[in-house]
Design a protein around this ligand. Structure first.
Ligand code: MD5
Ligand code: FE
Length: 203
């Protein structure tokens, strides 16, 4: 069911559950082609989340900064094509939340093992902030922190479970957000992992 968290944010509970096995197969195929690995922030901090991407653009971070790249810096090759089941999921969820016509050109794949987290940040490396962002949670649950437009704004805690999909757009697109450390556990389909797919219009 669709829960409207605020004007521009919708939580589609369990939206991705129905096709989860096919979805995971497609994700695993991407990860075999472009294996996930930890990145470093421009400040030199190691990130605890391992990332990969598919689609025309992939989000990367290193000492030079955050940016979108057309190639996987590991292999020097183009990122894997965005599989149809992923694209269709993102388009369908966006439309359900009121963003018909969403056409993502980047899908970031964040892989969390127990203990991995993501600090409070804004997503601002995209060219056009009018497009929404669609985030799909798979595997182990995580507590998502949803803040406001200033870093110091208080944050709400949202539990995201397997198959939950969040859509952010309009006034909520630039909110600060983060993920608390993933707790140990075993998910029946993914094992000891959380995978988050983040679909964006990068360019
Ligand atoms: C995650 N990933 O669970 C999250 C899901 C990232 C990231 O934050 O940058 O890779 S995407 C959450 C998101 C995106 C855009 C806006 C907002 C949240 N928001 O306004 O809260 O791995
Ligand atoms: Fe983010």
């Amino acid at each position: 069911w669709l829960e409207r968290l605020s004007a521009g944010t919708a939580l589609l509970h369990g939206w991705a559950r129905a096709g989860d096995a096919r979805l995971l197969d497609a994700v695993e195929a991407v990860l075999r082609q472009s294996p996930p690995h930890g990145m470093v922030t421009p400040g030199g901090q190691a990130m605890s989340v391992a990332t990969s991407s598919c689609g025309d653009w992939g989000w990367v971070s290193d000492r030079r900064g955050y940016r979108y790249s057309a190639v996987d810096p590991d292999s020097g090759q183009a990122w894997p094509t965005m599989p149809d089941p992923l694209r269709e999921l993102a388009r369908g969820a966006a439309a359900e939340a009121g963003f018909a016509g969403f056409d993502p050109d980047a899908c970031l794949i964040n892989c969390y093992l127990p203990g991995a987290r993501m600090g409070l940040h804004q997503d601002k490396d995209e060219r056009d902030f009018s497009a929404p962002i669609v985030s799909v949670s798979l595997g182990l649950p995580a507590v998502f922190l949803l803040g406001g437009l200033r870093r110091s704004d208080k944050t709400a805690r949202i539990l995201l479970g397997h198959g939950d999909v969040l859509v952010w757009g309009g006034p909520d697109r630039m909110r600060f957000h983060g993920v608390q450390p993933v707790q140990p556990g075993i998910h029946p389909l993914l094992g000891e992992r959380r995978i988050n797919l983040t679909f964006r219009k990068a360019r």
